[in-house]
Write a new protein. Structure first.
Length: 201
């Protein structure tokens, strides 16, 4: 009788344990889905900063699910790349330049991770534009040395970015370096407006 009781108790406890696991799994899957849906809603509302966080939370939740969460994880990772990119553009427009650069880099890395080459190139190509904008702001403050450093950084990333050469020319103009001014503006003419495109094909 005692053996039967112990065996029955073991089966009962095992059933409870398995039930708790299934409940926990279901809750985790629902939680991941809720994060993903929130990310989509925030993205549609152009609340890209919060959509980034929601997609990241979804990825983390999916990792806890193992293979069962792979499909949702893949969808969220793809959306995350686009959300980073859109968020970076908003940061740039809001003149939060350092944060924009960092977010464009994250967008490029995430796009590369999900195999979106086109988005990766778009994100990376935007960074010289941000550095040039920083340089122009420093130029207005007559901080010529740091302005030039930003224009140089932009050209390291994209040697054909026209506006960075134009910025260099303005620095040389203020410093009275006529020969260097001429070289910079000659470069502007040589490259033409095509160099200002932020999308590299």
């Amino acid at each position: 009788m005692k053996l039967v009781t112990k065996y029955s108790l073991k089966i009962f406890l095992t059933a409870i344990f398995l039930n708790l696991i299934m409940i926990g799994f279901s809750q985790s899957l629902n939680e991941a889905g809720e994060y993903y849906n929130s990310g989509n809603e925030q993205f549609s509302a152009k609340d890209y900063g919060n959509s980034v966080e929601s997609y990241k939370n979804c990825v983390d939740a999916c990792l806890m699910l193992g293979a069962e969460g792979n499909d949702l994880k893949a969808k969220s990772e793809k959306q995350l790349a686009t959300a980073y990119y859109k968020y970076a553009i908003n940061l740039y427009k809001g003149k939060k330049f350092d944060q924009a650069i960092n977010t464009f880099k994250k967008a490029g890395d995430q796009a590369k991770a999900v195999g979106d080459t086109k988005l990766q190139k778009k994100a990376v190509a935007y960074i010289p534009k941000v550095y040039t904008s920083i340089g122009l702001g420093l130029l207005k403050k007559k901080d010529y040395e740091n302005a030039m450093a930003k224009f140089n950084k932009a050209l390291q990333l994209n040697p054909k970015y026209n506006k960075a050469y134009y910025g260099q020319g303005l620095v040389y103009k203020e410093k009275g370096e006529t020969e260097n001014l001429k070289k910079a503006f000659d470069k502007v003419i040589e490259i033409g407006p095509e160099g200002n495109k932020t999308v590299i094909k």
